[in-house]
Design a binder for this molecule. Structure first.
Ligand code: UD1
Ligand code: CA
Length: 468
């Protein structure tokens, strides 16, 4: 693959999407369409430094995504969007740098291009020494896609729907927008493009006719995987892509031994990994680079983003972001695990607990109504109900350190920075501001006072009468 390169067209505004953002940043299962395309190329073995994205509308936003994935990606800017052929012309110097090889051209608004199609279409392209190989599919409803006009088994031309005759519109084989070109042939054909068509655009698709007329070999490679063709030009299309992706991803997880009782409200992103015998319950959204081990129960009503979960863990109504949760952990219901947290094996976290930027070591229990922020908590610690780590002084965040085997009484405030040694007790209702040494009890509340008869005196007969 190394001698080949890629150009991805991503300049479109997406007028029909009615979005403020560039169309290629619209998401399918929480992942921008352009990321789907870039990842497929990378998986097929096409290197980032030989991948060029043509930006246009809101180029900064598109560049930001591309660079965040890999700073070696190239970008070029198409100032005016004069058509797909014009967009490829913007990559002229990129093509010149990669002269001698082949270029894969893809559209950033068609996310289902897969590594298999990239590889097998290249194999055909190289074997038959084609100037261009266009990936096509046979569709029941060819809609507004460009029509593939064949002459025997050769590809004669691609006619855009708007320019097609009635007879051509009856053709069911359509252009996917995936092409392999010999770079030298593409450079020649681009020079011959014009915009004499109903849309006054420079169509990339016209290069086929130009190459054919100059005696070059042009081939249509019909794929069985007609999903690769699906693009999104409207919100309705985008919803349809989400549905298609959802079904396909869930089938894959079923194959791998993941259990679903019902698919109601279940959405799983394309890069999520789930082990066998894990059960995903309704209302569960798994996205980003989430990885879940075997034998877990996730849900109902849980959301995990970029979170690593071990084996045999139960997450019930949990939201977790950019965190690591180990084996045999039980969390929920109604817990929030915020970024940069690590919950070690055997930990139990109960209802209405929030954890942020903290490590909770093995077999610790945080049963109810507790906030653990910016903290390092040891093993086998027991948190009473209503404990708060007071991590923010209005200007800065500070850490709380808690040793092993501590018992934090109910409603303890731990005013950070503060350190509790091993085996420390804090009395219920204490506000701990000073460090506590190993094995000590810290009481930080005023001592109880009894005022005999006070209430009788104040309320007099009222209480005595009710008592009878
Ligand atoms: C294009 C094809 C059509 C094919 C279909 C498959 C052409 C002329 N037509 O039509 O044969 O069936 O895709 O989805 O190529 N773009 C730019 N700059 C431009 C114009 C477009 O970057 O000046 C980008 C768009 O952002 C988009 C892609 O190129 O990602 C395709 O453009 P679009 O206008 O959506 O082409 P279609 O009309 O869908
Ligand atoms: Ca399109």
């Amino acid at each position: 693959m190394a001698e080949n390169c890629v150009v991805i067209l991503a300049g479109g505004k997406g007028t029909r999407m009615k979005t403020e953002h560039p169309k290629v940043l619209c998401q399918v299962l929480f992942k921008p369409m352009l990321s789907w395309v870039l990842d497929a190329c990378a998986t097929a073995g096409l290197p980032a430094e030989r991948t060029c994205v043509v930006t246009g509308y809101q180029k900064e936003a598109v560049e930001a995504l591309v660079v965040s994935k890999d700073p070696r990606y190239q970008t070029v800017f198409q100032e005016q969007r004069l058509g797909t052929g014009h967009a490829v012309m913007m990559a002229e110097s990129f093509l010149a740098q990669n002269a001698g090889g082949n270029v894969l051209i893809l559209y950033g608004d068609a996310p289902f291009i897969d590594p298999q199609t990239i590889r097998s279409s290249l194999a055909v392209h190289q074997q038959n020494q084609n100037a261009v190989t266009v990936v096509t599919a046979e569709l029941k409803d060819p809609a507004y896609y460009g029509r593939i006009v064949r002459e025997g088994d050769r590809l004669q031309e691609i006619v855009e729907y708007k320019d097609a005759t009635e007879a051509q519109r009856q053709i069911h084989e359509v252009n996917s927008g995936i092409y392999w070109f010999r770079i030298s042939a593409l450079q020649k054909a681009l020079a011959g493009l014009n915009n004499q068509n109903t849309q006054n655009e420079y169509y990339l698709t016209d290069t086929i006719r130009i190459l054919r007329e100059s005696g070059e070999k042009t081939e249509a490679y019909r794929t069985e995987n007609s999903r690769v063709i699906l693009g999104a030009n409207s919100r309705t299309d985008l919803l349809a892509l989400n549905e298609t992706a959802k079904q396909q991803i869930i089938s894959q997880h079923l194959e791998n031994g993941v259990e679903f009782v019902s698919l109601d409200g279940v959405l799983i992103g394309p890069d999520v990994v789930i082990g066998p015998d894990t059960c995903i319950l309704p209302g569960t959204i798994l996205r980003g680079k989430t990885v879940i081990g075997a034998g877990c129960t996730i849900g109902p009503d849980s959301l995990l983003e970029d979170t690593i979960v071990g084996d045999s863990t139960i997450l019930n109504s949990v939201q977790a972001y950019q965190s690591v949760i180990h084996d045999h952990v039980k969390i929920g219901p109604f817990c929030h695990i915020r970024p940069n947290s690590e919950i070690k094996s055997g930990v139990k976290i109960g209802d209405f607990v929030e954890v942020k930027n903290s490590v909770i070591d093995e077999s610790t229990a945080v049963a109810h109504l507790t906030y653990v922020g910016d903290s390092d908590v040891g093993k086998r610690v027991n948190f009473g109900c209503g404990v708060v780590t007071v991590n923010y002084d209005g200007l800065h965040k500070h850490r709380t350190q808690i040793g092993d085997d501590c018992f934090i009484g109910c409603n303890t405030n731990l005013v950070a920075p503060v350190t509790l040694g091993n085996g420390v007790y804090t009395a219920a209702g204490s506000t701990i501001t000073d460090d506590v040494p190993d094995g000590a009890l810290a009481i930080a509340r005023s001592r109880q006072e009894i005022k005999e008869g006070y209430a009788y005196q104040k309320l007099g007969d009222k209480i005595r009468r009710n008592k009878k």
